[in-house]
Design a protein around this ligand. Structure first.
Ligand code: SF4
Length: 465
């Protein structure tokens, strides 16, 4: 039986920051990694244990105020009411075996088979990429070694933002600035709480703030029909203002607002289902605010040419700065998209959708998109990583697929190779980048497991290639 070193052991070792040409990350050998056991006197498996100020990895806000109770290895969220966190931390980790073509095998055979698949592939795709910093470094090293392509499972949303930013630039803020300075917040096409349940608790209706800001007096505006505006009601009961435009026509509202801001009166009576005088009122409110912030979430702007809508938002923000201090805040970044983008940027110079096939990183946000590559048969092997949610599976395709997830309740199909991995911040220590990418936070190991991290699996693969 193969036993893995708990990741806390690895956390004390300094990984190499070099990825290009795939150097190993930890100074121990493949054999050691496969056989070493570690006695940890502070074992999380103690019958009952409390963990304070834990970082939550289950959305890109990375709340670091979680109290987690462990009883005989079962985790319980104690301090906060966040459905995503409860689902993530309290998901049991049933016993699991590696599989090859649906048949249970030992880990060595699974790793060897996966390595053969990658070795024989002319153009592999490293997709999903829901992993921590070490996992993303290892994925990049594998892609570099095999001439593969890297793309995140939320790559389409990520590129709505990246294209807008590349074209014209943008003026953005951080979660801390929003929390401490914003007096008016516009939510453009997103209610936020569906993806980030504690956003309002931590950054909008926060009880304490710097600069004596009365957070309860903040003005909240939603743009888009169908958004859940309940979280925008202030603690004193003040209702948000909700403009119920057609969500797919947000760009028209922004264009009309830009025209009004520039002093060009609009002839139309309505724009995208909203009366023109309401658009004028929106502009007046923004101009009168001391620090308005416009928030959007690229994955939620899922309609054709949404990058042009985002570009319009970014231009509107810049133009508002002639009258007041205004900034944007792009959310999204879940499933470690913020981490994957940051690591890929600092190691390859590009934010994902990078092809290492030519012998150097080649960036192309259109050609290197997962959906297009699979639909056109331009890749012949897929390694898919989803280490936070085992239910997120790769798109259907006929190519050999290697799956790295925590143990799932059931499989949706037979995978060429399945290797169970631990959850970063639950089964092993690690590090992740917050959605505003200005900080990275440490993740802790909360329970004992024999599951390797995705990083360890990929480092073992690297040694066989
Ligand atoms: S809001 Fe996000 S980071 Fe915060 S506790 Fe909930 S899932 Fe975790």
């Amino acid at each position: 039986m193969l036993i893995f070193a708990p990741q806390d052991k690895c956390a004390g070792l300094k990984p190499s920051h070099t990825v290009v040409r795939g150097q190993p990350f930890y100074p121990f050998t493949f054999t050691q990694m496969m056989t070493e056991t570690v006695q940890d006197s502070r074992s999380p498996s103690a019958a009952r244990r409390s963990f304070k100020s834990v970082t939550c990895p289950f959305c890109s806000l990375l709340c670091d105020d979680m109290n987690i109770e462990s009883r005989h290895g079962r985790l319980r969220v104690e301090s906060v009411r966040c459905p995503r966190a409860v689902t993530g931390f309290e998901r049991p980790s049933p016993p699991a075996s590696a599989r090859v073509d649906g048949v249970e095998v030992d880990l060595h055979e699974a790793i060897t088979t996966a390595a053969k698949l990658l070795k024989s592939s002319r153009q592999p795709l490293f997709g999903g990429l829901a992993t921590d910093v070490d996992g993303m470094r290892a994925a990049l090293a594998l892609a570099d070694r095999t001439g593969g392509i890297v793309d995140h499972m939320l790559g389409d949303g990520i590129y709505r933002n990246v294209l807008a930013m590349q074209d014209r630039g943008w003026m953005m803020t951080t979660l801390s600035e929003l929390r401490n300075r914003a007096d008016l917040i516009v939510f453009a096409g997103t209610d936020v709480i569906s993806d980030h349940p504690r956003f309002f608790e931590r950054f909008v209706w926060n009880k304490e703030s710097m600069f004596d800001l009365d957070t309860g007096g903040r003005e909240i505006i939603y743009l888009g029909r169908g958004l859940d505006a309940g979280a925008g009601v202030s603690p004193q009961g003040r209702q948000p203002w909700h403009l119920k435009n057609d969500p797919q026509r947000l760009g028209e509202i922004i264009s009309a607002a830009r025209a009004a801001l520039a002093g060009n009166p609009l002839q139309a009576k309505t724009v995208a289902g909203v009366r023109t005088r309401e658009v004028n009122r929106l502009v007046s409110r923004l101009k009168a605010a001391k620090y308005p912030v416009i928030v959007w979430s690229p994955p939620r702007l899922d309609f054709p040419a949404a990058d042009i809508t985002i570009a319009g938002l970014c231009e509107f923000i810049k133009e508002l700065n002639q009258f007041t201090r205004c900034s944007g805040l792009a959310l999204g970044g879940n499933e470690a998209a913020a981490t994957a983008g940051a690591v890929c940027t600092w190691q390859s110079g590009y934010q994902l959708r990078v092809n290492f096939g030519p012998g150097h990183p080649e960036f192309d946000p259109v050609r290197n998109a997962t959906g297009r590559l699979l639909a056109n048969g331009e890749v012949d092997a897929l390694l898919w990583i989803s280490s936070f949610d085992p239910a997120i599976r790769p798109p259907q395709s006929a190519i050999p697929t290697i799956l790295l997830t925590p143990p799932p309740e059931e499989f949706d199909r037979v995978y060429s190779v399945y290797i169970p991995v631990g959850v970063p911040g639950v089964d092993h220590a690690g590090q992740m980048c917050r959605v505003d990418t200005v900080v990275s936070l440490p993740l802790r190991k909360l329970r004992d497991t024999t599951l390797p991290s995705a990083a360890m699996v990929m480092q073992m693969l690297l040694k066989l290639l």
